[in-house]
Design a binder for this molecule. Structure first.
Ligand SMILES: Cc1ncc(COP(=O)(O)O)c(C=O)c1O
Length: 342
C-alpha cells in the first residue's frame, strides 16, 4: 500500500501499515501516527490533537516547530553542511565556550558526539585512560544506553543478558546505599557512574548524603565520578544540571537528549582531574559527526540560555513537582514556562 492510497483506510492507518512492513521490529509502538507538532502539542495524521508528554524521550525541551531553530538549522545547512573536528569552526567554537559557561563548575573541556550512549562509551574510555584501571561501577536500576559498554552499565537484566558477554569488569551496586558504595569502590575502580535521578523503573532521587559520600569515596580511592545527565540535563530538575542541586563537581559529565533540542547531539564534559592527567591526547577518540556545525547553530546556544531561564522560573513555581514531572514527562510544563520566561 502507498500512503496516498487513503480511500480504503485512514491516512494514520496507511502510515502504520507501511512503517510496520519495513521497520526492524525492535520497537513496541503505540497505535499513533504523529505527523506534526507545535510547542507541546502534537497532531496525528487524522488531525487528532495530543499533549506531548514524551517529548521524544526527553529531547524536545523547547517544543516542536520553533521557527527560530528551524531557520537557524536551514541557514547553517546552506552555509556549511558538515565540518569534522580535524579543522576549527566558528559555530563549534562558540558552542564549546557556551557549554563551559553553563555546565557545573570544574567542567572545562568537551568531547562532542551524537547521542547519550556515545557519551557514555567515551566517558568509559576516558576513565580507563586517565586512571589506568578497568573497573566501572554502576548502580542497580540505572540506565545508560544500548551500545555494548553503556549496556554493560545498564542494570535491567532483560536489556543486557541477550547480548552477553558485554564490556568486562562492570559491576552494579545498590543505589542510595553508602554502605554498598563503601564496599564496592576500591583502588581497582576506574569510575563510578551514577544518575542523580534514576528514570528506569520509577523516579528515584539520589540523597545528598549518598552523592557526597560517593564523590568522597571516588576522590579517596582514585576513581573518577561520572555523572550521567543525559536525561536530567538541561532543565529537567529545576536547575540546568541536576549536579547543581547537590553542589556536585563530577569528573566527567555526560549530556545528550535536550542538548540538541531535537537534533542528535551529545557531549562529554571533562573535569580538572581528567584534563590535568594529560592522558586525553590526540587520536584517543573520535566521531565523524560529533561537533558538526549543522547540529550546533548559534541559535541553539540561545536556546541553552532560555533553558537556564526556564529552570529558574520553574523552580520558583514548584520544585518538588518538577522533580517528578520533568524527568518523566517534562514537556508541557517546561514549554509553558519557556514561553512565559521569554
Ligand atoms: C540516563 C540515560 N543515559 C543514557 C541514555 C542513552 O541515550 P541515547 O538513547 O541517546 O543513546 C539514556 C536514554 O534514555 C538515559 O536516559
Amino acid at each position: 500500500m502507498i500512503i496516498a492510497d487513503v480511500a480504503r483506510v485512514s491516512l494514520a492507518d496507511a502510515i502504520r501499515e507501511q512503517e510496520s512492513q519495513y521497520t526492524s521490529g525492535v520497537y513496541g509502538k503505540r497505535e499513533l501516527s504523529i505527523v506534526r507538532g507545535e510547542g507541546a502539542t502534537l497532531w496525528d495524521a487524522d488531525g487528532h490533537e495530543y499533549i506531548d508528554c514524551a517529548s521524544g524521550h526527553g529531547v524536545a525541551n523547547i517544543g516542536h516547530g520553533r521557527s527560530e531553530i528551524a531557520a537557524a538549522l536551514s541557514a547553517q545547512a546552506q552555509r556549511l553542511i558538515t565540518c569534522p573536528e580535524i579543522v576549527y569552526n566558528d559555530v563549534r567554537a562558540s558552542l564549546l565556550a557556551r557549554l563551559a559557561q553553563v555546565t557545573p563548575a570544574g567542567i572545562e573541556r568537551f568531547f562532542l558526539c551524537n547521542s547519550g550512549t556515545e557519551a557514555i562509551e567515551g566517558a568509559f574510555k576516558f576513565a580507563r585512560l586517565v586512571t589506568g584501571r578497568t573497573q566501572i561501577i554502576a548502580t542497580m536500576r540505572g540506565f545508560h544506553g544500548r551500545s555494548m559498554g553503556a549496556l554493560a552499565a545498564t542494570w535491567e537484566p532483560h536489556y543486557r543478558e541477550p547480548f552477553a558477554p558485554l564490556l568486562p569488569d562492570v559491576t552494579h551496586m545498590r543505589y542510595n546505599s553508602l554502605e554498598a558504595a563503601e564496599a564496592a569502590i576500591s583502588e581497582r575502580t576506574a569510575a563510578v557512574i551514577i544518575e542523580l535521578v534514576q528514570g528506569e523503573g520509577g523516579v528515584h532521587v539520589a540523597t545528598r548524603e549518598y552523592v557526597e559520600g560517593v564523590a568522597r569515596l571516588c576522590r579517596e580511592r582514585g576513581a573518577l565520578l561520572i555523572v550521567d545527565e543525559v536525561q536530567t540535563g538541561f532543565g529537567r530538575t529545576g536547575r540546568l544540571f541536576a549536579c547543581e542541586q547537590y553542589d556536585l563537581q563530577p569528573d566527567i559529565l555526560c549530556m545528550a537528549k535536550s542538548l540538541g533540542g531535537g537534533v542528535p547531539m551529545g557531549a562529554i564534559g571533562l573535569g580538572r582531574r581528567v584534563i590535568e592527567s594529560g592522558r586525553i591526547s590526540r587520536g584517543v577518540h573520535g566521531s565523524t559527526f560529533g561537533g558538526n556545525p549543522w547540529l550546533v547553530p548559534l541559535r541553539l546556544l540561545r536556546w541553552i540560555s532560555l533553558s537556564v531561564r526556564t529552570c529558574l522560573t520553574v523552580r520558583l513555581v514548584s520544585e518538588p513537582m518538577l522533580l517528578v514531572a520533568c524527568v518523566v514527562c517534562a514537556r508541557p510544563l517546561c514549554v509553558r514556562y519557556v514561553e512565559a520566561a521569554c
